[in-house]
Design a binder for this molecule. Structure first.
Ligand code: BGC
Length: 777
């Protein structure tokens, strides 16, 4: 764990430069706008430890699989969103000496990520080996008003000398992924062009043939005046830029502006890319840095008006939740249904920028409540587009008749994961995809998605489960053998409770959805049934039989659901007895030891209880929570949020708060010692859930929004905005009252602490509650 980020409500602040923390900070200070993003790398040369990262959403390469022992059914490749051209580069030389924080003495170093307005600022004073001192202030952002654009303002002031500074603004296209399987470079050059003050380079990904033109134009300002410089052009393989000298005077500021754009063949014809890139660059250049920054602030103000959470009385918690929301909004905007949310977003290479079940299980609720319903619908539609591939994927494993197994990891619908115990066995992911359809429909009340697209996905998923279960003649029940549950610290187990439960639920939900669509629109159902060769009577009968005869492992004596068959055979040790020196166990123990231990990586039984909480009474939830929380090491970022929500529901104030801080400050405080690889973007949505579903106790039942609030002792109040069925609600929770303002013209039906209200458009409801009611319910 680290504790070097200065606590502030709206900013992420680092003061003082510690090279050992640089890669962590590069992750924390990442920027993005949904279309492109980058790590918080330095513009100038840095010869110390760094992970350079620039990414363009959806531009990927199928990196040939590398495994020790090939298994039939393994995918040919892992799709990676590629590290792309580095457009931020600005080399700086002071009288011929390179500015490099690794070799300089650094004073007054400060990095600030301004989350309110969406930009990154870095300032420092460097003393070079020669003794010359230079102050730098660099401001950078990825524009959300024009998502193909990034801008830099790089201001330098000589402190103790007058002399010559050489600036070299450049675009480097000779980029490699650190995680390349065969040390291969993934980009080929298509073209390059250097003009007087702008430069363009077009690169093409090998195999997938995506083309991206990256361009930039610079401007130099001294004493507030635009200076016309005669720059030398740099035009070599995969590298374009300019170099020019400028006389500088002690204590006078010189500013280099860099306006850059990435234009990709995903959106335009390849032969138009260069011309379009030039147009975009010229357009932002004409607008100027200040105007674009003003637009950025405005655009972020709008995003915050929909998604902010305000916490009074706890700066660490406030900073953390805003950081999570900020990063989510930087990663996915929902405008393009071809895109999705990689577990690390644009902040690192790990997980390849691909799609996991994280999206459906964690991210969908965040976008449902903080953006227009179309955003979550696009996330669902992404999977619909990949249904054909999910059916092929299942066929490769021997399933038939339109059974669909969605991949564990994918970009284009094809499976990329290549560890058998996950690829073939972590099949619970199919359940999350069905659950997201249910969640969307429940939240929005929009039944058209199921009718138009969802039902087809549900039938494919139900067909998969119906073939994946087998009848146990011994138990006279259906069992599911050879699986890995969400807890990946156990593989190839039988009857993972969560998997069995969600499999049966999927079958039930598919049956209900068939009936609903059929009764509402029999013609459209008939067409679908015909297209899918759906044998209604036999398939439905089989599914119902499975639902009625599914086996669920339990320990009746303890009154808990068992994570899997045989779980109680393990030596039962508690996490509180694990010495700190042994944690995280995935870095300290052999895999063999982990697999045999009772320790749980992430919410598993509790994930199921969280999804389907209405099916369990409070005491059953308590027993399971008490049992599993004591054995869970939370070494997946996805875990603490589920525990936070359930702890809040159970009135475990301290635990809920501890889990909240753990999920929300996971990256800021580097809890799992892995922030340097990138941020845990998908789990950030879980952080949002722990406030809204955990502390505010928000749920949707029967088309009504329910709130059962719970305020951590340290907080004076917390408030947030929610989009719900066309209404924008501001919810404020204090120890003594709950106030909900309807900021729209749409009436909404809400239930606060079990009392129902119809909140008319533009009206306010304020419920004064006795503290014990708010705190325990
Ligand atoms: C978790 C998975 C998750 C993946 C990507 C793994 O560590 O166990 O549940 O899908 O990370 O976030």
């Amino acid at each position: 764990m680290k504790d070097y980020i200065i606590k502030d409500e709206w900013n992420i602040i680092e003061e003082g430069f510690d090279p050992a923390l640089n890669k962590i900070s590069e992750s924390l200070f990442s920027l993005g706008n949904g279309r492109m993003g980058q790590r918080g790398n330095f513009e100038e040369t840095y010869s110390g430890e760094t992970l350079q990262g620039n990414y363009i959403a959806g531009v990927y390469y199928p990196d040939k699989t590398r495994v020790g022992w090939w298994k039939n059914g393994y995918p040919e490749y892992f799709a990676k969103v590629l590290n792309a051209a580095n457009w931020i580069g600005i080399d700086v030389q002071v009288d011929g000496e390179t500015l490099d924080l690794h070799t300089s003495t650094v004073k007054n170093f400060k990095r600030v990520l301004n989350m309110k307005e969406g930009f990154l600022q870095r300032s420092f004073v460097a003393t070079l080996v020669s003794g010359k001192q230079i102050a730098v202030e660099a401001t950078r952002f990825c524009s959300i008003s024009n998502d193909e654009v990034g801008l830099i303002k790089y201001a330098v002031t000589p402190i103790n000398f007058s002399g010559t500074i050489t600036f070299k603004p450049f675009i480097d296209g000779d980029i490699a992924n650190q995680d390349s399987n065969y040390d291969e470079k993934f980009w080929d050059e298509v073209s390059r062009e250097v003009l007087a003050d702008s430069a363009y380079i077009t690169l093409r990904t090998k195999k997938t043939a995506f083309e991206v033109c990256t361009g930039s134009k610079f401007a130099l300002v001294q004493n507030g005046k635009l200076i016309n410089v005669q720059a030398q052009q740099i035009n070599k393989e995969k590298f374009v830029g300019h170099s020019f000298d400028i006389a500088v005077i002690a204590n006078e500021e010189t500013i280099l502006y860099k306006y850059a754009a990435n234009v990709s063949s995903q959106n335009y014809a390849k032969d138009k890319l260069v011309a379009l890139c030039k147009e975009v660059v010229e357009e932002v250049f004409a607008q100027g840095f200040d105007k674009m920054l003003a637009q950025q602030k405005e655009a972020w103000a709008h995003k915050w008006s929909e998604s902010d959470i305000v916490i009074e009385g706890d700066v660490a918690a406030q900073q953390a939740i805003r950081f999570n929301i900020f990063q989510l909004n930087q990663t996915y905007t929902g405008e393009d249904a071809r895109l999705n949310i990689g577990p690390k977003g644009f902040t690192g290479e790990k997980y390849g920028g691909s799609t996991y079940w994280d999206t459906e299980a964690y991210c969908v609720p965040f976008y449902l409540s903080t953006a227009d319903a179309q955003v979550a619908r696009n996330l669902l539609f992404y999977r619909y587009q990949q249904l054909g591939k999910a059916i092929e994927n299942a066929e490769k494993l021997g399933f038939i008749n339109g059974a669909a197994l969605f991949p564990m990891v994918t970009i284009n619908g094809e499976e990329c994961h290549n560890e058998w115990e996950i690829t073939f066995e972590e099949i619970h992911r199919n359940g999350a995809i069905a659950y997201a359809i249910y969640n969307y429909t429940r939240y929005t009340g929009d039944a058209t998605y199921v009718k138009e697209y969802g039902l087809e996905v549900l039938i494919g998923i139900a067909r998969f489960w119906a073939q994946r279960v087998n009848w146990s003649a011994d138990k006279l029940q259906y069992v599911i053998l050879g699986v890995t549950g969400p807890n990946e610290y156990e593989n190839n187990i039988n009857n993972n409770w969560y998997t069995n439960y969600i499999a049966s639920w999927c079958l039930q939900y598919a049956l209900e959805s068939i009936d609903a669509v059929k009764s509402g629109d029999p013609d459209s159902f008939d067409k679908l049934a015909k297209r899918l060769q759906f044998n209604e009577s036999t398939e439905k009968e089989k599914w119902s039989h499975i639902v009625d005869h599914m086996y669920y492992p339990e320990d009746k004596h303890l009154g808990i659901y068992l994570q899997q068959d045989g779980y109680m055979d393990k030596e039962q040790v508690l996490v509180r007895d694990l010495p700190a020196s042994q944690r995280p166990i995935n870095q300290k123990w052999s895999w063999d030891r982990i697999l045999r231990s009772c320790f749980i990586k992430q919410a598993d039984v509790l994930q199921g209880i969280y999804f389907f909480e209405d099916k369990f009474d409070q005491e059953a939830i308590r027993r399971n929570f008490d049992f599993y929380e004591a054995r869970t090491v939370h070494e997946s970022s996805l875990s603490p949020c589920v525990h936070a929500i359930l702890a809040a529901k159970l009135g475990y104030e301290e635990k809920a708060y501890e889990m909240y801080l753990r999920t929300s400050r996971l990256d800021l405080d580097d809890y799992n010692n892995d922030t340097e690889d990138g941020l845990h973007i998908t789990s950030m949505a879980g952080t949002w859930m722990s406030v809204v579903q955990g502390f505010a106790g928000m749920r949707v039942h029967d088309g009504q929004l329910h709130f059962n609030p719970f305020i951590p002792g340290k907080w004076k109040s917390f408030s947030f905005n929610i989009n719900f069925r066309g209404a924008l609600l501001s919810v404020e929770i204090k120890k003594e009252y709950v106030r909900i303002i309807n900021r729209s013209g749409v009436d909404v039906s809400i239930v606060i602490l079990k009392n129902g209200y119809v909140l008319k458009g533009n009206d306010i409801v304020e419920i004064h509650v006795r503290e014990e009611e708010v705190v325990r319910h």
